[in-house]
Structure formats: structure tokens, C-alpha cells
Design a protein. Structure first.
Length: 218
């Protein structure tokens, strides 16, 4: 199995082959000990860290220096997220783009005091985000690989994306063009529902992100 253009390799490329080991266990196994740490030699102890591509197929990543807690939380009650959502770090993308972006973390379920949708209480706006569905400027959509967004009022072709902030959080879902972002000073809007682990506070941010295009969505 070869994994290319993944958030894991993009952000943790210094890990090398010696630090990560992807293993597969039988889907019908009842032997939980197969997920126990193992020692490859007298010095290296590999510990279960993340699901790898598909937990349903029994593929898991064992790691000498686990990184999962950086993205999915450190409390014991949060560790299951490394298995449920760990595959986000392993998803093969058509391309990866790493650069500084300005973005807004919003809550797609939030409403204002009058009961009207308002996903961005920080700026008192509604960007029309949805469940695991973000919005982006025309420039961001171009950078991520869609080419031209044809009409000023057209959402264009939604994309399946993966995004990670180094050792902070990961996100997945779809993203589509919102022309209101073009002159806003922000590149994209990411709803809490896209964040599958640590959730930063609602608000405005500017930092380097690693963004992956999985495929065009329906």
C-alpha cells in the first residue's frame, strides 16, 4: 500500500520510515492484543497512534513518537477520535498546498438573537456554511485546483478537502465558492463541524495551513 500526498507525510515528513509503521489486522479478529505496542528491535517501541486510511479494514498506524494527541486531544475520553478520524491524516490527495491563509472558524448551527442564521458571530455575518461544508474565495478555489469559477454568483464545483494546522487540528468536508469572501480579506470559512478533533475557538485567524484536494464533490 502506497500513500501519497497525505497530511501525515506533508506535515511530518521528517519522521522517516523508521518512525511510522502501518499495519493491518484481520477484520474479524477478536484478539485485541494485536493492537498492543510492539518492539521492532531492542530500542524501538511502536505504539498504536492513528487509524490508517480505513479502520474498517483494520489498518492502523503505529508510531515511535505519537502525534495523534496533537490533533485529537489529550484526555483519555478523547483518544477514540484518533481511531475514528485518524484516517484524515492518511487520505491520499490529488495535491497538497501549504501556505499562509486568512480564515474564519464558524459554527454552522449558530443563530443571532432574532433566530436568524449567523454562523460567524465574531464578525456578525452569515457565510452560508453547513454541516462539514465550508466556504472559500475564488482565489482559494483556484489555488486548490478548480481552475476558473465561472460566474460571480455561482458557487462553482464543490471540493472534498482535507486541512491541517501543524500539531493543532484537522478538518475534512466539502468547500464551495462564496463571492462575499473575495473582498473580505479572508480566504476561507471553516465550520466547527468540519473539525474532527481539537476545535479552536470561533474567530479570525491567519496562519500556515496544509490543504489537500481529494476530489470534486457532487
Amino acid at each position: 500500500m502506497t500513500l501519497r500526498n497525505t497530511l501525515l507525510s506533508g506535515w511530518h515528513q521528517d519522521a522517516g520510515r523508521e518512525r511510522f509503521c502501518i499495519g493491518e489486522v484481520p477484520e474479524d479478529t477478536k484478539d485485541a492484543s494485536l493492537l498492543n505496542p510492539f518492539v521492532a528491535n531492542k530500542n524501538d517501541r511502536y505504539t498504536l497512534d492513528l487509524a490508517s486510511n480505513s479502520r474498517n479494514h483494520g489498518r492502523f498506524t503505529f508510531n515511535l513518537a505519537p502525534i495523534g494527541s496533537n490533533y485529537y486531544g489529550t484526555k483519555g475520553s478523547e483518544q477514540w477520535k484518533r481511531i475514528i478520524y485518524g484516517s484524515i491524516m492518511h487520505t491520499g490527495c490529488k495535491l497538497l498546498v501549504g501556505r499562509e491563509f486568512s480564515f474564519i472558524i464558524v459554527d454552522d448551527t449558530k443563530k443571532d438573537e432574532n433566530g436568524n442564521p449567523q454562523d460567524d458571530p465574531t464578525n456578525g455575518r452569515h457565510w452560508n456554511s453547513g454541516d462539514s461544508h465550508g466556504k472559500a474565495s475564488k482565489e482559494f478555489m483556484r489555488i486548490l485546483g478548480t481552475g476558473d469559477v465561472h460566474l460571480p454568483n455561482d458557487e462553482g464545483i464543490p471540493l472534498q478537502f482535507r486541512i491541517a494546522s501543524f500539531k493543532k487540528w484537522v478538518a475534512k468536508g466539502t468547500i464551495a465558492y462564496n463571492p462575499e469572501l473575495d473582498d473580505s480579506g479572508y480566504d476561507l470559512v471553516i465550520p466547527w463541524s468540519s473539525l474532527k478533533g481539537n476545535k479552536p475557538a470561533l474567530g479570525n485567524y491567519k496562519e500556515k495551513l496544509l490543504c489537500g484536494l481529494v476530489f470534486e464533490a457532487e
